[in-house]
Design a protein around this ligand. Structure first.
Ligand code: SAH
Length: 236
């Protein structure tokens, strides 16, 4: 039997998580702290305890909290309350035509996740900014599930500057999103293995604008994300 008995599944948007919550029959839990936006769902799947935590809604702007700040709150409270053996970050992301990505492709993070928008040109801080967190060894799993594996790069913008793209390319980034490296930072502090699974909603170096392509493909990609995340949990 696997050592991974308790999984903390950290997710940003409700639309991304809907199909997983339904398929696994996860139940919404009472909040530990009524002020925190984080929403917790839980249930058992096979021999594993699953805690799925959403960033929840921003009380000021009424949208799902996305990006690094809310994800850090989310994963920290999840670790404190549920003591997971593995932290899994599931979500959507941009892929790259230069790496042959297509909308609906699934990637596991490997071997690292990075930040591409923390440029701090001071000795020591350069590496700190970039992060470079090691991910759970998943190449065999990726093969088994028929999904891709690649470097995931995190920044707090949906769009990108030419410099973002240059940095992502420098680290062989194949997946661009807004949460993974921040969650990996917390996982690293606590010594808990980290893995991200990302479904491609848009092609960063393609011809469509990211926001239009993202919104068009969000439901389609989230459905595939749900199916593959469940398959992943089955083999962990
Ligand atoms: N405007 C959207 C907001 C979602 S932002 C809406 O109203 O629904 C994008 C979310 O999807 C983030 O959580 C991020 O991790 C992921 N994402 C998908 N494609 C991305 C890309 N090309 N760049 C950065 N993040 C992306």
């Amino acid at each position: 039997m696997s050592d991974i008995r308790t999984i903390l599944l950290v997710m940003a948007m409700h639309d991304e998580a809907k199909s997983i919550i339904e398929s696994l029959g996860l139940k919404l839990q009472k909040k530990h702290n009524s002020k925190l936006p984080t929403e917790t769902f839980s249930g058992k799947y096979n021999d594993k305890q699953i805690w799925l935590q959403l960033n929840g809604k921003c009380p000021r702007f009424g949208v799902d909290n996305i990006g690094t700040d809310a994800s850090v709150l989310n994963v920290y409270t999840g670790i404190e309350n549920h003591n997971p053996d593995l932290i899994l970050n599931a979500g959507t992301a941009g892929g790259f035509a230069r790496a042959n990505a297509k909308v609906g492709d699934i990637y596991l993070s490997y071997p690292y996740v990075y930040h591409h928008d923390r440029r701090i040109n001071i000795p020591g801080f350069t590496e700190y900014g970039i992060g470079k967190y090691t991910c759970y060894p998943c190449l065999d799993i990726a093969k088994k599930l028929g999904v891709k594996a690649g470097v995931v790069s995190t920044g707090n913008s949906l769009d990108h500057t030419p410099l973002d793209l240059e940095i992502i390319e420098q680290y062989n980034g194949e997946v661009k999103e807004m949460e993974a490296a921040a969650i990996a930072w917390v996982a690293n502090i606590f010594g808990i293995p980290f893995l991200a699974i990302k479904a491609i909603t848009d092609i960063v170096d393609g011809s469509e604008t990211t926001e239009d392509e993202f919104l068009k493909n969000l439901n389609y990609a989230s459905k595939i994300l749900g199916e593959k995340t469940i398959e992943l949990i089955e083999v962990l």
